[in-house]
Ligand binder design. Structure first.
Ligand code: PLP
Length: 408
């Protein structure tokens, strides 16, 4: 079936009469054509309810079961350990909720100051309800002090939750080491791995986690479907309650098309790890080296390695990211200033502030994130357009603000 509206040329995504140069893959990703093909029949032909007893529903239930197997293969787990949710945010909230509710005497959580807002906001809400949260700091490279994490675990700690890779800087945390500490102390361990499928190995047995969150729209599948891996034997309390779906672990009629898409995308992510990652990393490094070499006053935020192969976070001195993004947008280039959820506000990124950066430097930070669909020609377009944009902004005023650019 033809996929309308958006196709990929050698240069970028062509949408109606406009070419889009997409460097915001940590915000969301293009739905892969193979994924669209896999999901469409579940809107057009096989639209039954997977819980129904008749065959028209059973066949849909079988498709959900197949997707569960595909995700389990990606994670190297049993399919009964895969719970489908509505998004990465819900998966994170559900894991924290489960750990706290199933261990009512334990009212302490350990997490990091650089988590996605899904965890930061939930943690702040829990604090208002009397749960104590230890927010672990990071150093100037965005890295964790694992010894401090070890010291922070207490008798009453219900859960340690540390993201696998940071969505803004791409910095990767040492999950296996952290998991070993948690096991040693008898504490449950959750990781937000939303940014990692197709970029980092995702073997939950090797990682040693109890809970792991994923979100379909970060791996070339649609928005509105997530996964929470829940180790067999790890406590479970439903966060969304209703029907007995997901073996009683998550109520609500399944987003069948989304789940089928997730399965297909999971299979492709596993293949892409070997095939696509070296190419994405080479392209990202070429882009980053070019910008650092050709534009003065630019610094990389976060450790060079270990880092997601697709992510580059750069601060441009004497510029506001919002202004840079506006001018990039006029050239058809999509990028962001840190987490998309906070874009639109001029507040500096909580991740960069936690890394000890000044608000001035943090406000000049732009995140560029690539995917397997990013081409050499797109990188050339970006690296060609960026130097005059920065020069123009720096020439306009000591610190051109987005408002000035909008007026210009
Ligand atoms: N966790 C991380 C690290 C993310 O990057 C995101 C989305 O940006 C989320 C969680 C939230 O996922 P979702 O958009 O599916 O709720």
């Amino acid at each position: 079936m033809a996929v309308p509206h958006c196709f990929k040329s050698g240069w970028g995504f062509v949408m109606s009469d406009e070419t889009v140069y997409y460097f915001d893959n940590n915000a969301t990703t293009r739905v892969a054509p193979e994924v669209v093909e896999a999901l469409l029949p579940f809107y057009t032909e096989q639209w039954g309810n997977p819980s129904s007893t008749y065959r028209f529903g059973n066949r849909v239930g079988e498709a959900v079961a197949r997707s569960r197997e595909q995700v389990a293969t990606l994670l190297n787990c049993d399919e009964r350990e895969v719970v489908f949710t509505s998004c990465g945010t819900e998966s994170n909230n559900a894991a924290w909720n489960s750990a706290l509710l199933s261990r009512p005497g334990k009212r302490h959580l350990v997490t990091t100051a650089v988590e996605h807002s899904a965890n930061i906001k939930f943690g702040q809400t829990l604090e208002k309800r009397g749960v104590e949260v230890t927010w672990l700091p990071v150093d100037s490279l965005g890295e964790l002090d694992v010894h401090l994490l070890h010291e922070s675990i207490r008798e009453d700690t219900a859960l340690v939750s540390v993201m696998y890779a940071n969505n803004e800087t791409g910095v990767v945390f040492p999950l296996e080491e952290i998991a070993a500490i948690c096991r040693g102390k008898g504490v449950l361990f959750h990781t937000d791995a939303v940014q990692t499928p197709g970029k980092l190995p995702l073997d939950v047995r090797a990682l040693g986690v109890d809970y792991l969150s994923l979100s379909a729209h970060k791996l070339h599948a649609p928005k509105g479907v997530g996964v929470l891996y829940t180790r067999k034997g790890a406590p479970w309390q439903p966060y969304v309650m209703g029907g007995g779906q997901e073996h009683g672990r998550r109520g609500g009629t399944e987003n069948v098309a989304g789940i089928v898409a997730f399965g297909q995308a999971a299979e492709m992510a596993a293949e892409g790890l070997v095939r696509d990652v070296p190419l994405i990393r080479t392209l990202r490094d070429r882009m980053e080296d070019d910008i650092l070499k050709n534009i003065p006053g630019v610094t990389r935020n976060g450790a060079k390695d270990p880092r997601l192969p697709n992510t580059s976070n750069l601060s441009f001195e004497r510029c506001e990211a919002e202004a840079i993004l506006l001018l990039l947008d006029r050239e058809g280039i999509c990028a962001s200033s840190g987490s998309a959820c906070t874009t639109g506000s001029l507040a500096p990124s909580h991740v960069l502030i936690a890394m000890g950066q000044s608000p001035e430097k943090a406000i000049g930070a732009v995140r560029l994130s690539l995917s397997k669909y990013t081409t050499d020609a797109e990188v050339d377009w970006l690296t060609g357009k960026l130097p005059p944009i920065i020069e123009k902004l720096r020439g306009a005023s000591p610190r051109p603000a987005a408002a000035e650019v909008r007026r210009a």
